[in-house]
Design a protein around this ligand. Structure first.
Ligand SMILES: N[C@@H](CCC(=O)N[C@@H](CS)C(=O)NCC(=O)O)C(=O)O
Length: 220
């Protein structure tokens, strides 16, 4: 039986769930997956069996529960140090952008919710959304230029930073955000990754639809 159990929401919509799921896959750690669908009547009640917050994701390691995506990532990094870049400066940078993702980009989150199986959606975003998009492309470009020599991910090898930004790639794909250069290449790396594809495939099989995430069907 795997040591870890990961409680997640809908693969199509739960961007926070994708992050630790992808990290566990990339660390080749076996884990059991338990899905609690968002917006089911007893969602809170079900998730609160595992965590006091009642939000997904939650990682269970035996009797120990770790909630919140970044805390889960840090917990895993204690056991699998390759989850962060080895170089101290790169690691500091990776931690900074991961924290920036975790605590910021509110306009992106609210105006472009993750809906990974959808494509061809259009939103007329505001200036704050444009700034979020610009900042994310700048982050990806800087990472690839400064730290990306040893592989196709932000820091060459896959790290927590890639897990943190994976849902953003799905968002850009869904809403047709036009990326150029290094940012465009990075999008392709993520979208063609086998584990990301496995997540997407599962999302495409899900039947549940949450209308508040289904935006941009026609130009607004
Ligand atoms: N800061 C948390 C955010 C977790 C979160 O908001 N999860 C959403 C799903 S993506 C959730 O559980 N929503 C249900 C609710 O708030 O009732 C993290 O990083 O894990």
């Amino acid at each position: 039986m795997p040591a870890f159990q990961l409680i997640i929401g809908n693969k199509n919509y739960s961007s926070w769930s994708l992050r630790p799921w992808l990290l566990l896959r990339k660390l080749s750690v076996s884990f059991e997956e338990t899905q609690v669908l968002l917006q089911t009547e007893d969602f809170k009640q079900q998730v609160m069996r595992f965590s006091p917050v009642g939000k997904v994701p939650v990682l269970l390691d035996g009797d120990l529960a770790i909630w919140d995506s970044l805390a889960i990532a840090e917990y895993l990094a204690e056991q699998f140090p390759q989850a962060w870049p080895r170089d101290v400066a790169a690691r500091a940078f990776a931690r900074s952008i991961s924290a920036e993702m975790h605590s910021g980009f509110m306009s992106l989150r609210s105006q472009m919710p993750m809906n990974c199986r959808a494509t061809g959606r259009e939103v007329t975003g505001n200036e704050a959304l444009a700034q979020d998009i610009e900042r994310i492309q700048a982050i990806w470009t800087e990472c690839r230029l400064r730290y990306g020599e040893s592989g196709p991910w932000l820091f060459g090898e896959f790290t927590i930073a890639d897990a943190m930004f994976a849902p953003v790639v799905f968002r850009f794909n869904t809403y047709g955000v036009d990326c150029q250069g290094f940012a465009a290449e990075y999008m392709q790396t993520v979208l063609h990754d086998a584990d990301v594809q496995a997540w997407l495939h599962a999302a495409q099989q899900e039947q549940a639809t949450i209308m508040s995430y289904e935006i941009g069907l026609t130009a607004q």
